[in-house]
Design a protein around this ligand. Structure first.
Ligand SMILES: Cc1ncc(C[n+]2csc(CCOP(=O)(O)OP(=O)(O)O)c2C)c(N)n1
Length: 300
Protein backbone atom coordinates (compact mmCIF):
# COMPACT_ATOMS: atom_id res chain seq x y z
CA UNK A 1 0.00 0.00 0.00
CA UNK A 2 1.28 3.46 -0.87
CA UNK A 3 1.81 5.65 2.17
CA UNK A 4 1.69 9.29 1.11
CA UNK A 5 3.29 10.27 4.41
CA UNK A 6 6.37 8.16 3.64
CA UNK A 7 6.44 9.18 -0.04
CA UNK A 8 5.37 12.84 -0.05
CA UNK A 9 6.37 13.21 -3.71
CA UNK A 10 3.79 10.56 -4.69
CA UNK A 11 0.63 12.12 -6.10
CA UNK A 12 -2.68 10.29 -6.06
CA UNK A 13 -4.71 10.57 -9.26
CA UNK A 14 -8.28 9.42 -10.04
CA UNK A 15 -6.72 6.20 -11.36
CA UNK A 16 -5.38 5.47 -7.86
CA UNK A 17 -8.97 4.72 -6.79
CA UNK A 18 -9.83 2.45 -9.71
CA UNK A 19 -11.60 -0.68 -8.43
CA UNK A 20 -11.09 -4.16 -9.85
CA UNK A 21 -14.72 -5.21 -10.29
CA UNK A 22 -16.53 -4.99 -13.61
CA UNK A 23 -19.02 -2.09 -13.64
CA UNK A 24 -22.53 -3.41 -14.30
CA UNK A 25 -24.52 -0.17 -14.71
CA UNK A 26 -26.49 0.33 -17.93
CA UNK A 27 -24.63 2.18 -20.71
CA UNK A 28 -25.40 5.90 -20.37
CA UNK A 29 -26.26 5.73 -16.63
CA UNK A 30 -25.54 8.92 -14.68
CA UNK A 31 -23.78 6.78 -12.06
CA UNK A 32 -20.67 6.55 -14.29
CA UNK A 33 -20.16 10.31 -14.05
CA UNK A 34 -20.78 10.24 -10.30
CA UNK A 35 -18.19 7.47 -9.86
CA UNK A 36 -15.60 9.44 -11.86
CA UNK A 37 -16.34 12.61 -9.92
CA UNK A 38 -15.96 10.73 -6.61
CA UNK A 39 -12.49 9.57 -7.70
CA UNK A 40 -11.64 13.09 -8.90
CA UNK A 41 -12.62 14.59 -5.54
CA UNK A 42 -10.53 12.02 -3.59
CA UNK A 43 -7.54 12.85 -5.81
CA UNK A 44 -8.13 16.60 -5.38
CA UNK A 45 -7.97 16.11 -1.61
CA UNK A 46 -5.13 13.53 -1.82
CA UNK A 47 -7.02 11.10 0.44
CA UNK A 48 -5.17 7.78 0.44
CA UNK A 49 -7.41 4.82 -0.50
CA UNK A 50 -6.90 3.19 2.90
CA UNK A 51 -8.26 6.30 4.60
CA UNK A 52 -11.51 6.42 2.61
CA UNK A 53 -14.35 4.23 3.85
CA UNK A 54 -17.37 3.92 1.56
CA UNK A 55 -20.69 2.66 2.90
CA UNK A 56 -23.80 1.87 0.87
CA UNK A 57 -27.04 -0.08 0.92
CA UNK A 58 -28.80 -1.83 -1.97
CA UNK A 59 -29.59 -0.34 -5.37
CA UNK A 60 -27.85 0.61 -8.62
CA UNK A 61 -26.26 3.64 -6.96
CA UNK A 62 -25.29 1.56 -3.94
CA UNK A 63 -22.95 -0.51 -6.10
CA UNK A 64 -20.55 2.43 -6.26
CA UNK A 65 -18.20 1.30 -3.43
CA UNK A 66 -17.68 -1.95 -5.36
CA UNK A 67 -15.95 0.08 -8.06
CA UNK A 68 -13.65 2.17 -5.87
CA UNK A 69 -10.25 1.05 -4.62
CA UNK A 70 -10.73 1.89 -0.93
CA UNK A 71 -12.22 0.39 2.21
CA UNK A 72 -15.95 -0.12 2.13
CA UNK A 73 -19.05 -1.90 3.33
CA UNK A 74 -22.15 -2.76 1.32
CA UNK A 75 -24.95 -3.31 3.79
CA UNK A 76 -28.71 -3.72 3.89
CA UNK A 77 -31.13 -1.57 1.92
CA UNK A 78 -31.70 1.68 3.84
CA UNK A 79 -29.24 0.97 6.64
CA UNK A 80 -26.11 2.71 5.36
CA UNK A 81 -26.20 5.60 7.83
CA UNK A 82 -26.14 3.56 11.07
CA UNK A 83 -23.24 1.57 9.64
CA UNK A 84 -21.40 4.70 8.53
CA UNK A 85 -21.86 6.35 11.92
CA UNK A 86 -20.67 3.17 13.65
CA UNK A 87 -17.57 3.01 11.45
CA UNK A 88 -16.83 6.65 12.17
CA UNK A 89 -17.11 6.02 15.92
CA UNK A 90 -14.76 3.03 15.72
CA UNK A 91 -12.17 4.92 13.70
CA UNK A 92 -12.80 8.62 13.43
CA UNK A 93 -9.56 9.05 11.47
CA UNK A 94 -11.38 7.64 8.44
CA UNK A 95 -13.14 9.73 5.78
CA UNK A 96 -16.53 8.02 5.78
CA UNK A 97 -18.58 8.49 2.61
CA UNK A 98 -22.08 7.10 2.06
CA UNK A 99 -23.21 6.55 -1.54
CA UNK A 100 -26.84 5.48 -1.98
CA UNK A 101 -29.92 5.98 -4.16
CA UNK A 102 -32.92 8.16 -3.29
CA UNK A 103 -35.00 5.11 -2.33
CA UNK A 104 -32.31 3.89 0.03
CA UNK A 105 -31.70 7.33 1.52
CA UNK A 106 -35.13 8.94 1.68
CA UNK A 107 -37.52 5.96 1.49
CA UNK A 108 -36.60 2.92 3.55
CA UNK A 109 -33.72 4.83 5.17
CA UNK A 110 -35.70 7.99 6.00
CA UNK A 111 -35.75 7.39 9.75
CA UNK A 112 -31.97 7.11 9.87
CA UNK A 113 -31.62 10.14 7.59
CA UNK A 114 -33.60 12.43 9.88
CA UNK A 115 -31.53 11.53 12.94
CA UNK A 116 -28.21 11.70 11.09
CA UNK A 117 -29.03 15.32 10.25
CA UNK A 118 -29.17 16.42 13.87
CA UNK A 119 -26.43 14.06 15.07
CA UNK A 120 -23.76 15.80 12.97
CA UNK A 121 -21.36 12.89 12.61
CA UNK A 122 -18.47 13.93 10.43
CA UNK A 123 -19.55 11.91 7.38
CA UNK A 124 -20.46 12.72 3.77
CA UNK A 125 -23.65 11.38 2.23
CA UNK A 126 -23.85 11.39 -1.56
CA UNK A 127 -27.34 10.54 -2.81
CA UNK A 128 -27.60 9.39 -6.42
CA UNK A 129 -31.07 10.85 -6.86
CA UNK A 130 -32.55 9.44 -10.08
CA UNK A 131 -36.09 9.78 -8.68
CA UNK A 132 -36.85 6.11 -9.24
CA UNK A 133 -36.16 2.63 -7.84
CA UNK A 134 -33.95 1.56 -10.71
CA UNK A 135 -32.47 -1.74 -9.51
CA UNK A 136 -35.95 -3.17 -8.94
CA UNK A 137 -37.08 -1.90 -12.35
CA UNK A 138 -38.81 1.41 -12.11
CA UNK A 139 -41.14 1.78 -9.11
CA UNK A 140 -41.75 5.39 -8.01
CA UNK A 141 -39.54 6.75 -5.25
CA UNK A 142 -39.99 9.46 -2.58
CA UNK A 143 -38.48 12.04 -4.95
CA UNK A 144 -40.57 11.07 -8.01
CA UNK A 145 -42.63 13.98 -9.25
CA UNK A 146 -46.34 14.07 -8.37
CA UNK A 147 -48.22 12.50 -11.26
CA UNK A 148 -45.23 10.40 -12.31
CA UNK A 149 -46.43 7.25 -14.05
CA UNK A 150 -44.66 3.96 -13.30
CA UNK A 151 -45.50 0.30 -12.75
CA UNK A 152 -46.55 0.99 -9.14
CA UNK A 153 -48.38 4.23 -10.01
CA UNK A 154 -50.22 3.53 -13.28
CA UNK A 155 -52.49 6.55 -12.68
CA UNK A 156 -49.60 8.79 -11.59
CA UNK A 157 -47.95 9.29 -8.19
CA UNK A 158 -50.46 10.80 -5.75
CA UNK A 159 -48.09 12.21 -3.14
CA UNK A 160 -46.03 15.37 -3.53
CA UNK A 161 -42.27 14.91 -3.78
CA UNK A 162 -39.97 14.64 -0.76
CA UNK A 163 -37.56 17.61 -0.87
CA UNK A 164 -34.26 16.30 0.54
CA UNK A 165 -32.44 19.61 0.70
CA UNK A 166 -35.26 21.37 2.56
CA UNK A 167 -35.50 18.42 4.93
CA UNK A 168 -31.73 18.41 5.50
CA UNK A 169 -31.57 22.12 6.33
CA UNK A 170 -34.62 21.93 8.58
CA UNK A 171 -33.30 18.79 10.29
CA UNK A 172 -30.00 20.34 11.34
CA UNK A 173 -27.46 19.29 8.70
CA UNK A 174 -24.40 21.52 8.74
CA UNK A 175 -23.67 21.20 4.99
CA UNK A 176 -26.30 20.79 2.28
CA UNK A 177 -25.52 20.82 -1.44
CA UNK A 178 -26.94 19.75 -4.77
CA UNK A 179 -25.14 18.88 -7.96
CA UNK A 180 -25.91 17.36 -11.38
CA UNK A 181 -24.63 14.18 -13.04
CA UNK A 182 -24.32 16.05 -16.37
CA UNK A 183 -21.65 18.38 -14.95
CA UNK A 184 -18.55 16.34 -13.95
CA UNK A 185 -16.49 19.32 -12.76
CA UNK A 186 -19.28 20.69 -10.60
CA UNK A 187 -19.84 17.25 -9.08
CA UNK A 188 -16.15 16.72 -8.22
CA UNK A 189 -15.82 20.19 -6.71
CA UNK A 190 -19.02 19.77 -4.67
CA UNK A 191 -17.99 16.33 -3.38
CA UNK A 192 -14.59 17.73 -2.37
CA UNK A 193 -16.24 20.57 -0.43
CA UNK A 194 -18.57 18.11 1.29
CA UNK A 195 -15.74 15.74 2.25
CA UNK A 196 -13.72 18.65 3.62
CA UNK A 197 -16.64 19.92 5.70
CA UNK A 198 -16.40 18.93 9.37
CA UNK A 199 -19.84 17.58 10.19
CA UNK A 200 -22.70 15.84 8.40
CA UNK A 201 -22.68 16.78 4.72
CA UNK A 202 -25.46 15.91 2.28
CA UNK A 203 -24.94 16.13 -1.48
CA UNK A 204 -28.07 15.35 -3.47
CA UNK A 205 -27.05 14.52 -7.05
CA UNK A 206 -29.62 15.05 -9.78
CA UNK A 207 -28.89 11.82 -11.62
CA UNK A 208 -30.18 10.60 -14.94
CA UNK A 209 -31.52 7.04 -15.30
CA UNK A 210 -31.66 6.24 -19.00
CA UNK A 211 -33.95 3.24 -18.60
CA UNK A 212 -36.56 3.98 -15.90
CA UNK A 213 -36.77 7.77 -15.75
CA UNK A 214 -37.32 9.19 -19.19
CA UNK A 215 -38.67 12.48 -17.76
CA UNK A 216 -35.78 13.86 -15.65
CA UNK A 217 -33.11 13.30 -18.29
CA UNK A 218 -29.82 15.18 -18.77
CA UNK A 219 -31.57 17.14 -21.54
CA UNK A 220 -34.39 18.04 -19.13
CA UNK A 221 -32.04 19.22 -16.39
CA UNK A 222 -29.44 21.01 -18.53
CA UNK A 223 -31.43 24.22 -19.32
CA UNK A 224 -32.90 24.36 -15.82
CA UNK A 225 -29.88 24.03 -13.53
CA UNK A 226 -27.90 27.11 -12.59
CA UNK A 227 -24.89 27.49 -10.31
CA UNK A 228 -25.13 29.28 -6.99
CA UNK A 229 -21.39 29.97 -7.25
CA UNK A 230 -22.17 32.39 -10.11
CA UNK A 231 -24.10 34.62 -7.72
CA UNK A 232 -21.56 36.39 -5.51
CA UNK A 233 -24.33 37.76 -3.30
CA UNK A 234 -25.65 34.31 -2.33
CA UNK A 235 -24.84 33.58 1.31
CA UNK A 236 -25.13 29.87 2.19
CA UNK A 237 -24.52 30.75 5.87
CA UNK A 238 -27.88 32.50 6.09
CA UNK A 239 -30.51 29.94 7.15
CA UNK A 240 -33.57 31.74 5.76
CA UNK A 241 -31.92 32.53 2.41
CA UNK A 242 -30.81 28.90 2.11
CA UNK A 243 -34.25 27.60 3.01
CA UNK A 244 -35.90 29.78 0.35
CA UNK A 245 -33.35 28.61 -2.24
CA UNK A 246 -33.86 24.97 -1.26
CA UNK A 247 -37.56 25.32 -2.13
CA UNK A 248 -36.79 26.51 -5.67
CA UNK A 249 -37.64 23.82 -8.25
CA UNK A 250 -39.06 23.78 -11.75
CA UNK A 251 -37.91 26.04 -14.56
CA UNK A 252 -34.88 27.00 -12.48
CA UNK A 253 -33.04 24.55 -10.24
CA UNK A 254 -30.12 25.80 -8.12
CA UNK A 255 -27.01 23.62 -7.80
CA UNK A 256 -24.03 24.15 -5.49
CA UNK A 257 -23.68 24.63 -1.75
CA UNK A 258 -27.13 25.65 -0.50
CA UNK A 259 -26.38 25.78 3.20
CA UNK A 260 -23.40 25.58 5.49
CA UNK A 261 -22.97 26.02 9.21
CA UNK A 262 -19.41 26.02 10.45
CA UNK A 263 -18.14 25.45 13.95
CA UNK A 264 -20.84 23.18 15.42
CA UNK A 265 -19.05 20.31 17.23
CA UNK A 266 -19.45 16.95 15.57
CA UNK A 267 -20.89 13.92 17.34
CA UNK A 268 -17.42 12.37 17.57
CA UNK A 269 -15.98 15.58 19.06
CA UNK A 270 -18.30 15.12 22.01
CA UNK A 271 -17.81 11.43 22.75
CA UNK A 272 -15.55 11.16 25.80
CA UNK A 273 -14.12 7.79 24.79
CA UNK A 274 -12.66 9.29 21.61
CA UNK A 275 -10.65 12.00 23.36
CA UNK A 276 -7.57 9.77 23.48
CA UNK A 277 -7.71 9.08 19.73
CA UNK A 278 -9.47 6.61 17.44
CA UNK A 279 -10.92 3.62 19.32
CA UNK A 280 -9.20 1.15 17.01
CA UNK A 281 -5.85 2.65 18.00
CA UNK A 282 -6.47 2.66 21.77
CA UNK A 283 -5.15 -0.11 24.06
CA UNK A 284 -7.44 -3.08 24.57
CA UNK A 285 -8.59 -1.94 28.02
CA UNK A 286 -6.62 -4.31 30.24
CA UNK A 287 -7.70 -7.49 28.42
CA UNK A 288 -5.08 -9.56 26.64
CA UNK A 289 -5.15 -9.91 22.86
CA UNK A 290 -5.95 -13.63 23.34
CA UNK A 291 -9.07 -12.73 25.35
CA UNK A 292 -10.20 -10.30 22.66
CA UNK A 293 -9.53 -12.86 19.91
CA UNK A 294 -11.61 -15.41 21.82
CA UNK A 295 -14.42 -12.87 22.30
CA UNK A 296 -14.34 -11.94 18.61
CA UNK A 297 -14.37 -15.59 17.51
CA UNK A 298 -17.43 -16.20 19.71
CA UNK A 299 -19.30 -13.50 17.77
CA UNK A 300 -18.62 -15.03 14.34
C1 LIG B 1 -35.34 -4.57 3.04
C2 LIG B 1 -35.40 -4.51 1.55
N1 LIG B 1 -36.53 -4.05 0.95
C3 LIG B 1 -36.60 -3.99 -0.40
C4 LIG B 1 -35.54 -4.41 -1.16
C5 LIG B 1 -35.65 -4.36 -2.68
N2 LIG B 1 -34.93 -3.25 -3.24
C6 LIG B 1 -33.63 -3.39 -3.64
S1 LIG B 1 -33.02 -2.00 -4.29
C7 LIG B 1 -34.49 -1.18 -4.05
C8 LIG B 1 -34.70 0.25 -4.47
C9 LIG B 1 -33.50 0.89 -5.07
O1 LIG B 1 -33.78 2.24 -5.36
P1 LIG B 1 -32.77 3.37 -4.98
O2 LIG B 1 -32.31 3.24 -3.59
O3 LIG B 1 -33.39 4.66 -5.36
O4 LIG B 1 -31.51 3.05 -5.90
P2 LIG B 1 -31.34 2.95 -7.49
O5 LIG B 1 -31.44 1.49 -7.82
O6 LIG B 1 -32.38 3.79 -8.14
O7 LIG B 1 -29.96 3.49 -7.71
C10 LIG B 1 -35.43 -2.00 -3.46
C11 LIG B 1 -36.81 -1.59 -3.14
C12 LIG B 1 -34.39 -4.89 -0.50
N3 LIG B 1 -33.30 -5.27 -1.18
N4 LIG B 1 -34.35 -4.92 0.84
Amino acid sequence: MIDVKVMPEFKLTPKSYEGEREVTWCPGCGDFGILNAVKQSLAQLQIPPYQAYFVSGIGCGSKLPDYVHSNGFLGLHGRSLPMAQGAKLANHDLKVIVTVGDGDAYGIGAGHFVHALRRNSDITMIVEDNKVYALTKGQYSPTSTKGWVASTTPDGAIEIEFNPVVMAIAGGATFVARTFSGDPKHMAATFAKAIQHKGFALVDVLQSCVVYNLVNTVEWYRPRVYKLDDDASYNPRDYNTAMAKAHEWGDRIPIGVLYVEEGRPTYEDQVKALEKGALVKQPLGGYSKATWDEFRASMM
